[in-house]
Design a protein around this ligand. Structure first.
Ligand code: ADP
Length: 489
């Protein structure tokens, strides 16, 4: 029997193209579209940040005045509507007092801001009389919703059949607040939830509440779903996650294969695809020239595009820079982040100006040129919930060298020339020499041009589109509905 289309409300603090800080925005922009293509009635809710241009996005006010209970007072907001790709409705909660600010996050009242957003979202559904089968919440900003559906909205007829799914995009950001936030959210009688966990005994951890109350929980790769059950990766929530393990699923993010396509990319020097792979080298030569490196197609070019933080393995890289340059490679880095790493890599590039280039900016155009021009792409992350860089690199024919963690472990396996299996080069121990050895293995294979070419072709043809992931989310939605029915019996 074919499954009936689901009504899905996707709730997120960031959605591409309206507002983006990190990968959450990419997922929120792409997954609803992919679900829509599978035939589901999917709608998205997000805050109406002041800097979202109403004319550019054709925002229309659909509810001029919506009353939202907040503790003992009532806030008044408006709801505006637009669409992504002219198909998926986006509802924006408009409250200038809370959201007409320079940035998306970073304010003392962030907890209150996102409580208001979530509460307005549920109240809006009541006015629309639109009963979702699934409310899909993302990261701490929306984690209060599963808590509410189990408490103050428990008797609400509209949500009688509604199940919640909660997705963890990065466990490192949990939304930790004091007791006051419970009063604002109207759930103070529950108090703190984890008296047994010392660090959490006297705080409100919104991420923890999402995990505790959602009917199903997902995170952005199967490996990360396993890793966060351990104290090493669990960010103090591993105990709670282990208790909810039967409801936790790992689903890899996709990439937007229309946006990241070397055959149509207008930023790169020469467009190419797997049929015209000989043309790719033009991008390498152009990149060498642009970065003032020695222009020579035979020198292996190693690229990296990343936030410069400890998470991304820069401490490993920093301690093997000298032995790396002795391998007669070139190195191109694009990224911003910790000052400490800015200095290390700037000094390095100053010492080897013809061999290394370091661009400490955010530059989407240069990023595409690096993906299209480098031979080897590095991601030696300490942890990586999913990782997009390695998937984009493969689509552009750059071979990844990764640490086997999280989504990197799921997408990049060690290449074995004997069987032609694997996508790149991978190491496990978080150790500079393990990274160095993986780069050396890559360089060894690079010497054999026909083998390297086969590997590029293999990686370029992999399917990292959202379609497969969206189907897996639908399967989890059905599980969430079944859990919800089971819990109520
Ligand atoms: P994370 O979300 O942890 O930063 P991901 O690999 O999931 O890491 O996604 C990072 C994305 O941001 C990639 O698409 C990468 O190309 C892009 N990116 C990172 N730093 C820069 C930069 N300085 N300039 C342009 N793009 C960048």
């Amino acid at each position: 029997m074919p499954e009936r289309p689901l009504r899905i409300l996707f709730v997120s603090a960031e959605v591409v193209p309206f507002a983006k800080v990190g990968g959450l925005a990419d997922v929120a922009g792409a997954l609803p579209k992919a679900l829509h293509r599978l035939g589901h009635d999917v709608r998205v809710a997000m805050p109406r940040y002041g800097r979202i241009d109403p004319d550019r996005f054709g925002l229309k006010t659909v509810l001029p005045d919506l009353a939202v209970p907040m503790d003992t007072i009532t806030e008044h907001v408006a709801i505006q509507e637009t669409r992504i790709a002219s198909e998926v409705p986006i509802y924006m909660v408009d409250s200038p007092r809370y959201f007409n600010r320079e940035n998306i996050y970073g304010y003392n009242d962030d907890g209150e801001r996102f409580i208001l957003f979530c509460r307005a979202t549920l109240e809006m559904l009541k006015v629309f009389n639109w009963a979702p089968d699934i409310i899909h919440c993302n990261d701490w900003h929306t984690a209060i919703i599963p808590n509410w559906l189990a408490t103050i909205y428990r008797q609400e007829p509209l949500f009688r059949e509604t199940a919640t799914v909660y997705t963890i995009h990065n466990l490192a950001y949990q939304g930790i607040f004091g007791y006051r936030i419970l009063e604002i959210a109207g759930v103070a009688e529950q108090g703190f939830l984890y008296p047994a966990i010392a660090e959490l005994a006297n705080v409100v951890d919104l991420m923890g509440r999402g995990i505790l109350f959602a009917d199903a929980i997902t995170t952005v790769s199967p490996r990360y779903a396993q890793e966060i059950l351990t104290p090493e990766y669990g960010e103090r929530l591993d105990h709670l996650l282990r208790e909810r393990q039967d409801r936790l699923f790992g689903i890899l993010n996709g990439i937007d294969v229309d946006e990241f396509n070397p055959a149509t990319d207008r930023y790169i020097h020469t467009q190419f695809d797997v049929e015209s792979l000989d043309k790719r080298v033009e991008n390498k030569l152009a990149l060498q020239e642009q970065m003032h490196l020695v222009v020579n197609p035979a020198i292996p070019l190693v690229g990296m595009i990343s936030r410069l933080t400890d998470q991304k393995g820069f401490d490993l890289l920093a301690s093997i820079l000298q032995p790396l340059v002795e391998q007669d490679i070139q190195f191109v880095l694009l990224g911003t982040g910790d000052q400490h790493y800015h200095e290390i890599f700037q000094n390095f590039a100053a010492r080897y100006p013809r061999q290394a280039s370091v661009s400490l900016t955010f530059n989407a155009e240069l990023a595409q040129r690096i993906y299209a021009g480098c031979d080897i792409f590095l991601m030696p992350s300490r942890f990586e919930p999913c990782g997009l860089g390695q998937m984009i690199a493969m689509r552009y024919g750059a071979i990844p060298v990764v640490r086997s963690t999280g989504g990197l472990a799921d997408t990049v396996h060690e290449y074995d020339p004997a069987t032609d299996s694997g996508e790149g080069f991978a190491f496990t121990r978080y150790d500079p020499w393990a990274l160095f050895a993986a780069v050396v293995r890559a360089l060894e294979v690079y010497r054999f041009k026909d083998v390297w070419r086969r590997l590029m072709e293999h990686d370029m043809l992999l399917d990292h589109s959202w379609t497969a992931s969206a189907e897996q989310y639908v399967a989890v939605y059905h599980k969430a509905l079944a859990f919800r029915r089971g819990d109520r019996q």
